[in-house]
Design a protein around this ligand. Structure first.
Ligand SMILES: [Zn+2]
Length: 305
């Protein structure tokens, strides 16, 4: 597609052309899936929730000026203009008017290099998080911080998923950690059984700490940590101090994360965390810690077929 055909790009675009390009981007899988959903107009914006009859007011919850379409939420809302203005020059220079966010994605994928497309993907992902933080937690994130954290996501990083499985009868906890590179290729696996008071949040926190220490031992300095326990993820991202036992472990994790050059902690669904979940369950059957650097243990092989 030539630079001149931008105006027609949406009308003539072929879905098949853009998806392989999205999958090739060197960004965390969560960001690729997000970009795909955003291009597919399937984010729960107020307008989309109205179309599904879940909400009755479609107006943007931030600027309150227009209906909140995906294009508005991620691109044209005055509240995100500062974020895009602080991005790399090529993204700033896009003075094209778009009618959908898919057109934005197509435009960047067709006219700019991969690095720009990765920046677009990570920034849009962070813009959506910024919007949710404001809407659900009433907290405002500085646009420059959003741009900075997005640029961290698009550079070289490792993704580590952790989970814990609790055996109440024997007061044991199984810790499961899977570390992957940007392509999603498994580079290390940890299964660790622990004697521990069988409390779910405590177990999840201990497992997250073990995951961070494991990654540090592997020499990882850019880490995207993902878990399926919202309360632990929230605590790790909050600045509040909590002096209960779980809170102390959370403090330890934060201290360990501080020494990494880049880190980011995200919540993912249980379904997306199934590898770590199976590893944690399997860890309960082991008598001691097991680390695999090559190949995957039998307990998770079915997830790769
Ligand atoms: Zn708005």
């Amino acid at each position: 597609m030539s630079q001149n055909s931008v105006g027609q790009s949406s009308a003539h675009s072929n879905h098949k052309e853009i998806w392989p390009k999205i999958w090739k981007l060197q960004v965390p899988s969560a960001v690729r899936i997000f970009l795909w959903r955003a291009s597919h107009d399937s984010l729960p914006t107020n307008l989309n929730l109205c179309k599904r009859k879940i909400r009755i007011i479609s107006v943007c919850p931030i600027c309150k000026l227009e209906s909140e379409s995906v294009l508005h939420a991620l691109w044209s809302c005055p509240s995100v203009q500062d974020v895009w203005a602080a991005c790399s020059r090529s993204l700033q220079k896009m003075k094209v008017s778009f009618t959908s966010f898919k057109e934005v994605v197509e435009h960047v994928l067709s006219n700019f290099n991969e690095e720009d497309a990765e920046e677009l993907a990570c920034t849009a992902y962070k813009v959506w998080r910024k919007r949710n933080t404001l809407v659900f937690e009433e907290k405002f994130e500085d646009p420059l911080r959003v741009v900075l954290s997005a640029s961290h996501l698009s550079k070289e990083f490792k993704e580590a998923n952790w989970d814990a499985s609790v055996d109440r009868l024997s007061s044991r906890v199984g810790v499961g950690v899977v570390v992957r590179n940007w392509e999603g290729r498994v580079i290390a696996i940890l299964r660790a059984p622990r004697k521990l008071f069988p409390n779910a949040k405590l177990a999840e926190s201990v497992a997250a700490l073990r995951a961070v220490l494991f990654c540090k031992n592997l020499g990882i300095t850019r880490l995207l940590l993902e878990g399926d326990t919202l309360s632990v993820v929230k605590d790790l991202n909050s600045e509040t101090l909590d002096w209960r036992s779980t809170g102390l472990i959370i403090q330890d994790i934060k201290e360990e994360l501080k020494s990494l050059s880049l880190e980011s902690v995200h919540f993912i669904s249980r379904l997306s965390n199934c590898i770590a979940h199976c590893l944690a369950k399997d860890a309960l059957k082991l008598s001691e810690e097991s680390i695999s650097m090559e190949g995957v243990p039998p307990c998770i092989q079915h997830l790769f077929n």
